[in-house]
Design a protein around this ligand. Sequence first.
Ligand code: AGP
Length: 589
Amino acid sequence: MCGIFGYTGSKTNAAEVVLDGLKKLEYRGYDSWGVSVSGAKGKISVCKNVGKIGNATVKTLSASTIGIGHTRWATHGGVTKKNSHPHLSCDKNISLIHNGIIENYDTLREKLVTQCHTFISETDSEVAVHLVEQLRKKYDLTESVRKAFLKLKGLNALVVMESDSESLVAVSNGSPVVVGFGEHENMVASDADALTSHTKTVYYLKDSELVYVNKDTVTLFDAITGKKKSFKKIVLEHGEKASQKGEFKHFMLKEIYEQPQIITSIANDTTMPDRKLAQIIKESFGTYLVGCGTAAYACLAGSYLFSKVAKTHVNWAVGSEFGYHLDFLKNKSLVLALSQSGETMDILESVKKAKTKKATLACLVNVYGSSLFRESHYNFMVGAGPEKAVASTKAFIGMLSHLLLTSYALKGSYEDGKKTLLKASKSVKDLLGKDGIKSIKKLARKIAQVEHIYVVGRGLSYPASLEVALKIKEMSYIHTEGFAAGELKHGVISLITKGTPCIVFAPHDETYGANISGAMELKARGGYIIGVSNKDHEVFDYHISVKDALEGTIIPNVVFGQLLAYYLAIERDCDPDMPRNLAKSVTVK
Ligand code: AGP
């Protein structure tokens, strides 16, 4: 889940170009960063540091027309300058950046040490640069990188440059690399968003493809056979503006405010992709929704929606667990994978295993051309636009919107689904109004210093509770647990003491009565009841007003939680866009 970026072209400030690209990739990992260029007299120079890029510069690096850079989320080896990328060969003539995990790094390292290679880091990545250096004694750079790559076990991407050369070599298997085509300049990056300030013409490397890049040519190879391949460029729809904060202080807040429009555009999409998804589900022998983290809670919500609206049974599973219990799959089973990034390793591993059972694979992703997108028989786009904050907000709401519409399409009443979505969009807009924000900000101030928060709901408010608890944990680092409200009396309620904040979702649907009783039980034990409902109630110590929207009420309920999580982060001086220890897409197991 690291960020990688490479530039070769006619600009002579390659170091700045690379650093600017890394800043757009930092959400993928921000433990440390580094840039290397091939500078004066061809010697490679490197600038590295731990922590976020912030206002750092690369002024110490000489003018150059070629450079590579990396933002790291540590897997092998601690967060230190030595472990940060780029890594250099012993002779300092080759510089390499890496994304992924080299599963056989130890055996490779042992062999390289016997060939007198000196290692200065604890990382698996450094093995790759010494492997290339060893092979470079016999082959040109492209062939050395190709042969080195074939020795690596695991899913990896490498970008390599050498001194005295204007060319980059990139290779990928299961870890994203996108090529950007400019005017007398070309780039590679782990995410197209880092390229859009230069170009919208790109090519997504497929698994086991290698690309040779200089300022005027891009040549594609099959990394296994070494044979040249043709390829088709694509032009991206969204430009750079979509990936900028604009007037917002943080990407997370910007992306929360984009949600009413996203819901409305999904509802009004005349191509009606959700009708096609409904048809695929109808024809399948069982459907399994899989996702990780926030996307997993979208899957759980989907199982409720398909049951309530379409009287259709679908299973759901956490992506990292699905691989251990998918042995029942048949060749007409449908696996519908949900993923914002389309790069989450836990999902990719599970769906590849599902494909060996001949299951049909569909995906609902927010990144065009992502690994999951390319792995699937059917791909559906969330259409929420680039999501830069580590916390998934608009992509999650987009997933819920598609699942709700699909459930209505399955029922044969698509228009009712649209109406429900538009109601939900209006309810979100109300929540984002002055009064709604004021009320949530005041609540955040009130509970910012607590140690524990509990979030409870029934029915569709149960996945809402899980997602809101995750948001609060991710953003504010406060221990927060989401529960099925009915589970409280089966043990959880022992945790409630005087003043414990309990968020109770109480939409006016069939769960209302039981939720109010649950709130009474919590209050009787000292709980501070935060009622999320379209009307106040005497049991609530604090009321957040959320207008009902039938099955769509889960959407404004979750948006309340997103906003609370955001304002708790602000109250506690946490970075809402780049929370500690996290990264935007978890491309390692
Ligand atoms: C969401 O706020 C989290 N950052 C995380 O749980 C995320 O949903 C999970 O890692 C899955 O990511 P994906 O949707 O890109 O697959």
